[in-house]
Design a protein around this ligand. Structure first.
Ligand code: CP
Ligand code: NVA
Length: 299
């Protein structure tokens, strides 16, 4: 069966470790020579589009980035049809979608048609697993391992939070999430995660303090209400005082200085955000190697 990557746990923990190891090893075999990779973007992107395009080129392939309105998922034609058409030209299909179900429908259509082209999630309303790969890579680079590292996520329990928390649990890290009431994780979804509405409690002795925007793409109408709900959840120097003195600060970016993170923290000595952003490239390159190798083994 074709391996798709819609959420980080589409990899088994040992496979996650293998992908991270490949990212560290900086492998670039030309597995995509003469082949294309389609990258659909229903939402804006700087890091994901650039990292993935360059990764495809480094593996010898040709990336084709497509704005959402060009293919019009479910407006110009059904998402299933778009997937089946693109599978005729490309070795893999990446997509950043408004609705996670679009990715599920694309993979189901390809599997039903026995089209062995992996689909990978470039961000949905539900998950951002390519980001989580880069995050785990960054944590490994800093601490030498992920096992036993305490990661505190402070803010909105969104796509980035969900994939990060899941990936950290798979990689043996401890996860504490602090969100305002009504914006937290469903405790049944990730039982291994400790949840609180007190940022200081989550950050206490943390090795990593992570945050993301309070208003994700697609939620712009809620911006005012969210700004009010998240007041008190800024990652600032006062919050960092609760963390381990050696703690690092992470943010998937784009960052909003003065909202979810203070300027002195995101631009300060504990911040690894530029290394984290750069790690999107080796992470997605290793993911492509894994998915393409799995597809070749299956076919
Ligand atoms: N972190 C991230 O996914 O950034 P972009 O939205 O710019 O791709
Ligand atoms: N949670 C953010 C992440 C952006 C990379 C969003 O979905 O907009």
């Amino acid at each position: 069966m074709t391996r798709h990557f819609l959420e980080i746990d589409d990899l088994a923990p040992a496979e996650l470790n293998e992908v991270l190891r490949m990212a560290e090893a900086d492998l670039r075999p030309p597995v995509l020579a003469g082949r294309g990779v389609a990258l659909i973007f229903e939402k804006p992107s700087a890091r994901t589009r650039n990292a993935t395009e360059v990764a495809v080129a480094q593996l010898g392939g040709h990336p084709v980035s497509i704005r959402g309105e060009e293919v019009g998922l479910d407006t110009r034609e059904p998402a299933e049809d778009v997937a089946r058409v693109l599978a005729g030209y490309h070795a893999a299909i990446g997509a950043r979608v408004m609705d996670h179900a679009s990715l599920e429908r694309m993979t189901a259509a390809l599997d039903a048609a026995a089209m062995e082209v992996p689909v990978f999630n470039l961000l949905s309303d539900r998950a951002h697993p390519c980001q989580a790969l880069a995050d785990l890579l960054t944590i490994r680079q800093r601490f030498g391992a992920t096992e036993g590292v305490k990661v505190a996520y402070v803010g909105d329990a969104n796509n980035v939070c969900r994939s990060l928390a899941l990936g950290c649990l798979m990689a043996g890290a401890q996860v504490a999430v602090a969100c305002p009431d009504g914006y937290g994780l469903d405790p049944a979804e990730l039982p291994g995660v400790s949840t609180t509405s007190d940022p200081a409690e989550a950050a206490s002795d943390a090795d990593v303090v992570y945050t993301d925007v309070w208003t994700s793409m697609g939620q712009e109408a809620e911006e005012k209400a969210r700004a009010a709900a998240f007041s008190g959840f800024q990652v600032d120097r006062a919050l960092m005082a609760h963390a381990s003195p050696k703690a690092i600060v992470m943010h998937c970016l784009p960052a909003h200085r003065g909202q979810e993170i203070s300027a002195d923290v995101v631009d300060g000595p504990q911040s690894l955000v530029w290394q984290q952003a750069a790690n999107r490239l080796p992470a997605v390159r290793a993911l492509l190697l894994f998915l393409l190798d799995s597809s070749r083994r299956a076919s």
